[in-house]
Design a protein around this ligand. Structure first.
Ligand code: BG6
Length: 484
């Protein structure tokens, strides 16, 4: 199958850091279809050769195992081309069209890795020169809008020039192997399904913790914040994967229909519930990996009086028969105590205990996404010989480490998703109605914060966030997984 992949923003940060390394890995693994072209489009006036040599030097900074040998790079570089374009100029799209139509590839991917403000212009302009035919697939990065009205406006423009099944809204969390395994665990095994409900599950916790601060993205992040950057997309997609009903088949629309229902069932907010059940925080100076680090307000590009949140913890519920009353907690933040993403399913304790058990001990399933990918099942067992009448049980766990089991040379999120786009597989991409529903749900939180005089709570870099996040969950009689 021949393909042309046009990278709008081909000299930008996302292309260098994520897309080209992922395309190279696919090339190395032999999964990138032969007969493809990767066409970088940007303002820079570069020949193909100059573009290739820039990429070559970028690969020197990539970890050794993912760096191409000279021979590998020479073969990969043959796929790379560069076209200088001013994205506001219609005649430049005509030049692009001439280049693409001369070849007429089976699959034409338009990857729009530019500033979000250009998304709709680029789509309208390439459509105006006839590049929106049935072979075209358009990939859009988040953030798609900054609130519900702006997201709807972008989707409305897209609908005018493309069919929904031509639009690939990327959420790289859906490409992570651990998220694939979550679907496999739930819908490929009969074991968990009977337990996957309110009668047996006490609460579910989704944590995406990062050790890093905002790094070089201060200016972008200050306009965005953790709710828009992580909760509206990645965390809600994980919540959908854990809470959705079994889809009728593995097709993209069957999966997306079920995810949409979860988003539609999320308990609506009131000003009171936002005030009590959504905690926002901002990191102050502290310590990360033994080094003193600056607070958020001292980061480059951040306004000195910024109230942007770098941490969110919240409680919600899925109001349906399966989950009514079960709290789902979401927590994400930068400059936390570790880089750690996991979902913890806490089961209810036994109804009538006959053993002595440590306080609060119960079964727990942990789905680890990062830094390692695996499943842990926490059980209670009897260890050493016991002589008492009511013997004591101790916690033990079964640990399935997917990296160990399947090797670490697994397909990365961007590699997987790029191959899916080229092949036209939409399963792991977000449909417009899902995205709008997620914005609709976060909107009252944004609204509340706009007028809330308190601003975010400070937490020391290197901690687990503001203590209010622990107090919030403690009100339900639970605690975060690291506090057990
Ligand atoms: C991105 C966010 O979508 O996800 C970043 O914009 C965040 O702020 C990143 O750091 C986290 O992704 P991962 O795969 O490193 O957990």
């Amino acid at each position: 199958m021949s393909f042309d992949l046009v990278l709008f923003g081909g000299t930008g940060d996302l292309a260098w850091r994520k897309l080209l390394p992922a395309l190279f890995q696919a090339f190395r693994h032999g999964t990138l279809p032969a007969g493809g072209r990767i066409i970088s489009v940007a303002r820079d006036d570069l020949t193909d050769e100059q573009y290739r040599s820039r990429i070559r030097s970028r690969f020197d900074g990539v970890e050794l195992a993912k760096r191409p040998t000279a021979d590998e790079f020479a073969r990969f570089a043959a796929l790379l081309h560069h076209l200088r374009m001013d994205l506001s100029q219609p005649q430049d799209y005509a030049r692009l069209a001439a280049m693409l139509q001369a070849r007429n590839a089976d699959s034409l991917v338009m990857y729009i890795a530019t500033a979000p403000s250009l998304f709709t212009t680029v789509c309208e302009q390439f459509a105006a020169v006839g590049l929106n035919g049935p072979a075209t697939r358009v990939v859009l990065e988040k953030p798609l809008g900054h609130d519900l009205p702006s997201n709807r406006a972008i989707n409305a423009t897209l609908r005018r020039v493309l069919r929904e099944d031509q639009v690939f809204r990327i959420d790289h969390y859906l490409g992570k192997p651990s998220v694939q395994n979550l679907f496999a665990m739930r819908f490929g095994n009969a074991l968990f399904e009977p337990l996957w409900r309110r009668e047996t599950i006490a609460n579910i916790q989704i944590t995406i913790a990062e050790e890093l601060g905002v790094e070089t993205r201060g200016a972008f992040y200050d306009q965005t914040g953790a709710l828009r950057d992580m909760v509206q997309n990645h965390a809600l997609q994980l919540l959908c994967a854990i809470g959705m009903e079994p889809p009728i088949n593995a097709s993209a629309n069957a999966i997306r229909d079920e995810k949409l229902k979860v988003l539609q069932s999320l308990k609506p907010w009131s000003p009171d519930t936002v005030g009590q059940q959504v905690i926002r925080g901002q990191y102050a100076a502290g310590t990360s990996q033994g080094q003193a680090v600056a607070g958020y307000l001292q980061e480059n590009g951040v306004a000195p009086d910024s109230t942007t949140e770098t941490f969110v913890a919240l409680r919600t519920e899925i109001s349906n028969w399966r989950w009514a009353g079960v709290p789902f907690y979401i927590r994400t933040g930068k400059r936390l105590a570790g880089r750690n993403a996991h979902i913890v399913v806490n089961f209810r304790p036994v109804p009538h205990p006959i053993f002595q058990t440590p306080a609060g001990a119960a079964n727990r399933l942990v789905i680890n996404l990062q830094p390692r990918d695996g499943l842990e099942l926490h059980l209670l067992a009897q260890g050493a010989a016991q002589h008492q009448n009511a013997p004591a049980l101790a916690p033990v766990h079964l640990n399935l480490d997917f990296d160990q089991r399947f090797g670490t040379e697994r397909v990365g999120a961007y590699e997987r998703l790029l191959l899916d786009v080229i092949a036209g597989r939409l399963n792991l991409f977000v449909r417009s109605d899902e995205q709008e529903e997620a914005w609709r749900w976060v909107e009252p939180i944004l609204e509340h914060w706009r007028t809330d005089p308190h601003g975010p709570r400070l937490y020391a870099a290197g901690s687990w966030g503001p203590s209010a996040a622990s107090a919030m969950i403690a009100r339900d009689g639970f605690c975060w997984s690291e506090e057990v």
